[in-house]
Structure formats: structure tokens, C-alpha cells
Design a protein around this ligand. Structure first.
Ligand SMILES: *Cc1c(COP(=O)(O)O)cnc(C)c1O
Length: 235
């Protein structure tokens, strides 16, 4: 299957759900990314800040780049000039650094709060209480160069479809609770980023507005990356 064929099959599913496709291009060659671009895809996501910044330099300027992986504060500066959405905010400290770098670049950076919904303790993300504490913090209120537009979560890596469904449902309920309590008047707080290659159909049923799909578009990643990927999850 070609990249273009994969994309059109996925887009056909997404259309009925009005969800946005983020093509996860980590470890993919510029050639593969351009094949997706030529098939009409404009939004791409990466999980490493430096790789993201390098690709942004070399690829078409109208690509919208999302950061989906764990972000260290000292790496924010590489992506702050151009990143369209950061999916993986998991602390006030990180949000403050994003705000600082956004201010330097004279822009407002959209972010999602990454919430922990999976069984696996290795996965990053805030639990609901921690998210509420962050949103109540007076320091959060002072941040003018970031805008929270929703939540992101990753389900447990399991074949148990009922469990995945439960976890995505939980994320949607968390989203609705935060929306009610903190963002009632903000129409921009509307995104639920959930669903990857193996579980995006379930995520769509549960109300996902953004799916992050890599291997179902580009094929299997290099083995070397699978290792760093699980190392990152284990870190
Ligand atoms: C790699 C990655 C994806 C995409 O995974 P696939 O299984 O290849 O679709 C989605 N979200 C995050 C945070 C990732 O790191």
C-alpha cells in the first residue's frame, strides 16, 4: 500500500467524524513526508524537538508541525518559533517555559494538557487532580503567551478493546469536566487528541477530535526507533 492510498483510506473514515488527522512522521525520511504532503496532508507530528526543528527547516513551509512526544524544558526553544500545537504538556513548569519562549518569539502557542489514562505507570501525563491543581495555580493565570485548547491521552497498549474504550471514554469525561469548570466561555478549548494507528477507530467512537497516526500511513517504523520509543516511555 502506498502512503497516498493509506492516507485516503484514513481520511475517508475521519470525514464522517470531523476529526483532524495528525500524520506522525517521526523517523520518516523527508521523501516519505513529501509523499504524504503531495497527497494533500499538511499537518505532521513529531516526538522529538530537535528532529522536528530539523525537518521544519527542510520541508515545505506551509506544513503545520505538532509536537506530540514528551518535551523537556530545555528543548522548547527549538520549536517555539513555529510549532502549531504542543500535545504533551504535563507540568506547570513546562507550560511556563513554553510561555517564556513564545513571548520571545512574539507569539501565542496552543497547547494540550496530557492526561494519564493508561494502566502503564511509565506513560507521561497528569491525573485529573494534578490538572485541576495546575489550572487553579495563580502562576498559570499569569501566562499570556500560551493557550490551552484541550487534552491529549494515550490508551494502554493492549489488545483488550473494552479497556481501550474505557480509557478513551474517561479522557472525554475529563475533558468535559475541565471544560465546565475552567473553559466554559472559551470556544477554543475543544480538542481531544486521542487515537493512534491501532486504536483510532475506537477513539473516534469516543469523541476524538484529533488522531495521531504514524505506522498506518507510513508503514512500520525502523526497529531502532521502536527501541528509543519504548526507552522514552520507560524513562
Ligand atoms: C508514535 C506516536 C504516535 C503514532 O503511533 P502509531 O502507532 O505509529 O500510529 C502517536 N502519538 C504519539 C505520542 C507517538 O509518540
Amino acid at each position: 500500500m502506498s502512503i497516498a492510498t493509506n492516507l485516503s483510506a484514513i481520511n475517508a473514515t475521519l470525514q464522517t467524524n470531523h476529526a483532524q488527522l495528525i500524520a506522525i512522521s517521526k523517523t520518516q525520511s523527508n521523501e516519505n513526508i513529501l509523499a504524504a504532503y503531495q497527497a494533500g496532508q499538511r499537518v505532521f507530528g513529531e516526538n522529538k524537538a530537535q528532529e522536528l526543528a530539523e525537518k521544519q527547516q527542510l520541508l515545505p513551509l506551509d506544513i503545520k508541525w505538532h509536537m506530540v512526544g514528551h518535551l523537556q524544558t530545555n528543548k522548547v526553544k527549538y520549536i517555539a518559533p513555529f510549532v502549531e500545537l504542543i500535545h504533551s504538556v504535563d507540568s506547570l513548569h513546562l507550560l511556563e517555559e513554553i510561555n517564556k519562549q513564545a513571548l520571545k518569539n512574539n507569539r501565542v502557542i496552543d497547547c494540550l494538557l496530557q492526561l494519564s489514562i493508561a494502566d502503564e505507570e511509565t506513560k507521561y501525563g497528569l491525573d485529573l487532580d494534578e490538572a485541576i491543581t495546575l489550572l487553579r495555580d495563580p502562576d498559570y493565570q499569569t501566562l499570556k503567551n500560551i493557550r490551552l485548547v484541550g487534552v491529549m491521552g494515550m490508551a494502554t497498549n493492549t489488545d483488550n478493546l473494552d479497556q481501550i474504550k474505557e480509557e478513551f471514554y474517561e479522557l472525554k469525561i475529563f475533558f468535559q469536566g475541565l471544560k465546565q469548570s475552567f473553559f466554559r466561555k472559551e470556544d477554543s478549548f475543544k480538542e481531544i487528541s486521542m487515537g493512534m494507528s491501532h486504536d483510532y477507530q475506537i477513539a473516534l467512537e469516543e469523541g476524538s477530535t484529533m488522531v495521531r497516526i504514524g505506522s498506518a500511513i507510513f508503514g512500520k517504523r525502523q526497529v531502532a526507533d521502536e527501541q528509543t520509543y519504548s526507552e522514552e516511555l520507560d524513562a
